[in-house]
Design a protein. Structure first.
Length: 470
């Protein structure tokens, strides 16, 4: 590097300030101060937090690339290459993480080392130190922007989504069962993509409810701000589990499935009301609280044969087929005697003990399987001895499945359909669908497709010009 104007024909000329890009960090335009007095380059970042295994430590941080626009923050992550004590120009020393990134200035691109520092009020988000300047660089201290100018406008365009690089994410799977097929697959697939995936036992999370800083604690420490949460909330912990998710939602963490959608999908009455409100076809369903209304309930669903379903039922255990009106009255009166809540449903005979599980990720059905009940059973649940096979679904089935998942705003959903003579009918929307049956039946990498969606969702969005984002 040469300072001044000693060379007649400098190969690469820089002024004391230049527009630079760090494409690998998702920072397409920043103004940097060229500081030959500093050895290492520095990036002004905040929320600097190391994570990942000790053998390959990583660091997450965020950058406000536009001075004065604190509403625009770009989340970044990188491998830590070193920790160094750095003395800044005001004489203060601090230990800083060192990362490696490619810098782009004009038509050149080369790797540099950067230290991360959190010092507010700096006019330049980046200092370009002498170590980053090659032998053929000449710095002209009296000039600005010798290389082509860039524009902050890029942060306000949809290009931001395209320029966002693949970034190592810190993800939590909220699950009480770390060893189940679904949880293990989510961990293995995330790690295979380079992400750091932690399994957090939902029931062991505890929370500080505070107006200023909603936090979730675990094992004596405060949980970090994750890039994404994958909830696997079992039916027995729905209420507590969704409270934990709400806490993450409050701080703006991307949750694959939101607390509202999980809560609504778990409550059979509420779920049917949501389906009806969105005009999504389902078997005619009725419910009532008083025994005086039994006859009316039966006729509302078209009479016997009919289905009586316990609201608490899972795996088909509380689902009864009443072949005659007498049988229906007896089952209803028995459930009432036990003070059990239930609903009554039209029996879709032509489904013939088969249902279709559509796995929806984002706004697509990514796989489907047909479940066939055990010989003589009208229930197709695998837990009741049924079996599953891959199936081709129709366009109408695909559309209704996506519509049902959208109605609950779920980004991962198992939508169960019955094939009726009157088109597909949604039976249920499951917010923690198992991955084993569907991956095996379809031969597809569902966990991988879910990570595609997560990686897409946690990319920074373009920020409207001049408008502050909360
Ligand atoms: N209205 C109906 N008409 C025909 N068959 C039905 C009807 N309702 C349920 N079934 C059959 O019974 C099975 C179990 O029903 P459902 O899924 O509603 O019960 P569940 O106990 O909530 O099960 P899950 O654990 O899947 O939530 C279905 O997969 C389907 O095969």
């Amino acid at each position: 590097m040469i300072t001044g104007t000693a060379l007649a024909e400098p190969l690469f000329r820089l002024g004391w300030e230049e527009w630079v890009a760090l494409p690998g960090l998702g920072l397409p335009a920043m103004k940097a101060k060229v500081d030959t007095g500093a050895r290492t380059s520095a990036l002004h970042a905040f929320d600097i937090e190391p994570f990942g295994p000790a053998s390959r430590p990583k660091v997450r941080f965020a950058v406000h690339p536009i001075p004065g626009r604190e509403d625009l923050s770009i989340p970044c992550s990188a491998e830590i290459v070193d920790r160094r004590e750095v003395t800044s120009s005001n004489g203060d020393s601090e230990w800083r993480f060192v990362i490696r990134a490619e810098i782009e200035v004009g038509d050149r691109r080369w790797p540099i080392e950067l230290t991360l520092t959190h010092r507010g009020g700096m006019a330049y988000r980046m200092l370009l130190g002498r170590q980053a300047l090659g032998e053929d660089v000449v710095v002209s201290p009296g000039e600005s922007f010798c290389q082509p100018r860039l524009s902050y406008d890029v942060y306000h365009t949809s290009e931001m989504r395209q320029v966002a690089p693949a970034r190592v994410l810190r993800i939590a799977v909220l699950s009480r069962e770390p060893h189940t097929y679904s949880t293990s697959r989510l961990v293995a697939e995330g790690e295979a993509r380079g992400h750091v995936v932690e399994v957090i036992d939902t029931a062991r999370c505890y929370m500080a409810l505070d107006a200023l800083a909603p936090e979730v604690h675990y094992d004596g420490t405060r949980l970090p701000r994750y890039d994404a949460i994958i909830p696997r909330i079992g039916a027995s912990v729905t209420s507590y589990g969704t409270a934990v998710i709400r806490q993450f939602e409050t701080v703006g963490t991307y949750c694959v499935n939101g607390s509202d959608g999980i809560t609504a999908s778990r409550d059979k009455l509420h779920a049917h009301q949501i389906l009806a409100r969105h005009r999504i076809g389902m078997p005619t369903t009725a419910f009532a609280a008083s025994p005086k209304d039994t006859n009316n309930l039966i006729s509302l669903v078209g009479g016997a044969p009919l289905i009586v379903k316990l609201l608490e039922s899972t795996q088909g255990k509380g689902v009864v087929l009443a072949e005659t009106k007498k049988a229906a009255e007896s089952v209803i009166s028995a459930f009432r005697g036990l003070k059990a809540s239930f609903l009554v449903q039209h029996f879709i005979k032509e489904a013939a003990g088969e249902d279709i599980r559509c796995l929806v990720v984002g706004s697509k059905v990514v796989a489907a399987m047909k479940r066939t009940g055990a010989e003589g059973d009208f229930r197709s649940n695998l837990h009741q001895g049924g079996h599953a096979d891959a199936v081709r679904i129709t366009r109408a089935e695909r559309e209704i499945a996506v519509k049902a998942a959208r109605a609950f705003r779920l980004n991962l959903a198992g939508v169960d359909l019955l094939r009726s003579s009157d088109g597909p009918k949604v039976l249920e929307v499951n917010s923690s669908p198992g991955l084993e049956g569907i991956e095996k039946a379809s031969g597809k990498n569902i966990a991988g497709l879910l990570y595609d969606e997560i990686e897409k969702r946690v990319r920074p969005l373009p920020v409207p010009k001049g408008r502050r984002r909360k």
